[in-house]
Design a protein around this ligand. Structure first.
Ligand code: NAD
Ligand code: ZN
Ligand code: ZN
Length: 338
């Protein structure tokens, strides 16, 4: 089968033929029809983070397709089912976190396209208990980005505890951020969109953002305080340390700053202001299977729609360069059927 492979960090991916995997016990083999390209895949290929992925690696954690083979012991899925393989490839199922609805914190988890091979391939094996069905009325191309960008931003908004009628600021209007804007509007929130590219701010407006600000032209945090007295919550998806600093400063007293983007730098936080203003700083990592089901349902009901550019697997190195330069509007989805 064809796959894009990371052989060494910071080197070009190699698109080549690799052996087609087989479904083991409690696994399914998915014929991948589409896979979204997440900025996390770029971090993986660069070896950016303290915990490194396996090498060689087939990236991809937004792979969706049709089950072709069902392994021994799988009873709730059948050949022909339409499913996706999220970042949370598997978890132990019996630790404190798994038992308390926080499976994304499991210490014994695997991650698609990181600790195990993912969806930049014609076929991918997956843990049967952790794949999620794709709603019937969603195409594979439209559904793929919801398996990471969608569920992650939906969950981050839940974690922010912002209530209908309140203000949220979305920092970074990329693959994740353009969905965050839509989930926030669908949840009845007022939205300020923040990005360094005016085209992305235009997109945010089209998707329903109430206000937009470019931090290259204004001090975004100060501007947000002037306009709306600060936001009840910031969601920072930007791969940029300055964006995190601004997301923190944009929050009003008692609000929360939700860290989602994963630049490798440190975030500096003033202790005095955090204490006096009772600001919450909280990390949010993807979402549980239940969060994913809900995030997909919003799209199935037409409340959220991914802005997509469809590309071919062999263009992956160009796509990564464009992503690094901030040139992608919405999400790139690899059409694996072509
Ligand atoms: P992306 O490249 O599509 O989007 C990033 C956006 O940030 C771009 O629109 C870019 O213009 C914007 N940006 C850059 N600098 C900025 C600044 N100073 N201020 C405002 N905006 C700025 O990336 P993506 O796929 O949306 O992923 C974003 C980040 O989220 C990555 O670090 C990725 O690894 C991480 N991520 C985290 C989770 C999680 O569960 N926490 C899940 C998926 C992705
Ligand atoms: Zn992702
Ligand atoms: Zn566990």
């Amino acid at each position: 089968m064809k796959a894009a492979v990371v052989n060494q960090f910071k080197e070009q991916l190699e698109v080549k033929d690799v052996p087609k995997p087989k479904a083991g016990p409690n696994q399914v083999l998915v014929h991948i029809h589409a896979c979204g390209v997440c900025h996390t895949d770029l971090h993986a290929a660069h070896g950016d983070w303290p915990v490194k992925p396996k090498l060689p690696l087939i990236p991809g954690h937004e792979g969706v397709g049709v089950i072709e083979e069902v392994g021994e012991g799988v009873t709730h899925l059948k050949v022909g089912d339409r499913v996706g393989i999220p970042w949370l490839y598997s978890a132990c199922g019996h630790c404190e976190y798994c038992l308390t609805g926080r499976e994304t914190l499991c210490l014994d988890q695997h991650n698609a396209g990181y600790s195990v091979d993912g969806g930049y391939a014609e076929y991918c094996v997956a843990a049967a208990d952790y794949v999620m069905q794709v709603p019937e009325n969603l195409s594979f191309i439209d559904a793929a980005p919801l398996f990471c960008a969608g569920v992650t931003t939906y969950k981050a908004l839940k974690v922010s505890e912002a209530k209908p009628g309140q203000w949220v600021a979305i920092f970074g209007i990329g693959g994740l951020g353009h969905l965050a804007v839509q989930y926030a509007k669908a949840m009845g929130l007022h939205v300020v969109a923040v990005d360094t590219f005016d085209e992305k701010l235009e997109l945010a407006k089209e998707l329903g953002a109430d206000l937009v600000v470019n931090p290259l032209k204004e001090d975004a945090a100060l501007w947000i305080h002037e306009q709306v007295n600060g936001v009840h919550a910031s969601i920072c998806t930007a791969v940029s340390k300055p964006a995190f600093d601004q997301a923190y400063r944009a929050v009003r007293r008692g609000g929360s700053c939700v860290a989602v983007g994963l630049p490798p730098e440190m975030m500096e936080v003033p202790i005095f202001d955090t204490v006096l203003n009772a600001v919450k700083i909280v990390g949010s990592i993807v979402g549980t299977r239940k969060d994913l089901q809900e995030a997909l349902q919003f799209a199935a009901e037409g409340k959220v729609k991914v802005i997509i550019e469809t590309r071919h697997l062999h263009e992956i190195n160009d796509i990564f360069s464009e992503m690094e330069e901030g040139k992608i509007n919405g999400r790139v989805v690899l059409d694996m059927t072509k």
